[in-house]
Design a protein around this ligand. Sequence first.
Ligand code: TYD
Length: 368
Amino acid sequence: MRDARSEMPPLERLLVTGGCGFIGSHFVRLALRRPRTRLVVNLDALTYAGNPENLRDVEGDPRYRFAKGSVCDAERVDALVREGVDAIVHFAAESHVDRSLYGPVDFVRTNLEGTSVLLEAARRAGLRRFLQVSTDEVYGSLPREGRFRETTPLHPNNPYSTTKAAADLMVGAYVRTFGIDAVVTRSSNNYGPHQHPEKFIPLFISNALQDKPCPLYGDGMHVRDWLHVEDNARGIWAALAKGKGGRVYNLGGGNERPNLEVARAILRLLRKPESLVAFVQDRPGHDRRYAIDCSRARRDLGWTPRVSFERGLRDTVAWYRANPGWVERVRSGAYREYYARQYGDALRAAAGMPAASRETTPVRRRRT
Ligand code: TYD
């Protein structure tokens, strides 16, 4: 296992998985901005969360290559690795907690099996580095005080975070058992342009832009620590280039906010009324608070987040306002079914209307 990054020649040829997704696409763009990068192969299955539009601007770059396929397809992964890559940077994942409540097995397949297939390919090919992109959700929920450190025991509470924790443990097993050189990053909640509107911030922005109700779970006092996606991409790059093999690096924005405060900030920026906030039934197993201690990344990687939440949120709101076509295309088709299942009855109940489906979702109606 290697630990002195400065002695390692640069990683010039990367296999990125899930590069058409939100965080992956920001990372691919960053990698192609680095002069030492000679090849980025983007393996993406283009499921609902992968959107080729996210990388239109780099399609003409001769160092970039798109490969449609699943991380669970071992033959395909092996073939791409054999083309000669130095490292795998693994983003591809089912990542939405609410969806994991409806289809946990899909999460096991993509997140655990997919990671295992990639680890096997990395081991067989003797790749110089494997980077696992993970989440602070693997640590579970915090009380009012305290922050997640890399040594905090894993305590995932929902199917999504449990499959991510399992995948991280598998990475650790490959480090210890087979001696592969792998690094894990665990970031707090990301936000920024190109995020799928199933997630909190883009959902609230895009609903508010259309004067639709914004469904806030429970009492709205759940706390998340917001990290701008470009800061996360820089942190992942730093961990890839300078991280110590076998280590985990927490990446956080230092922007802890209750959801209600974020909702109000979005509505203020859009000059929309607070009455658009609709308090709906809480998510089952909803983690109360996340907060992250990223002193290791600051110290060992020289990484620090640069985008303030105020500026990042303002720019994100401006991006969604300027790109209604992107949102419309993402929201068409299967997303409509998901939205109706996830929010239909809850929003109807919040508005004092009867449920459309037989299973009535009880909600509490509150004023902000
Ligand atoms: P989300 O973007 O789903 O990320 P995560 O669950 O991984 O933290 O949600 C962020 C927070 O916003 C979380 O506390 C749940 C809350 N939330 C709502 O209140 N309403 C919503 O419709 C969604 C999607 C999330």
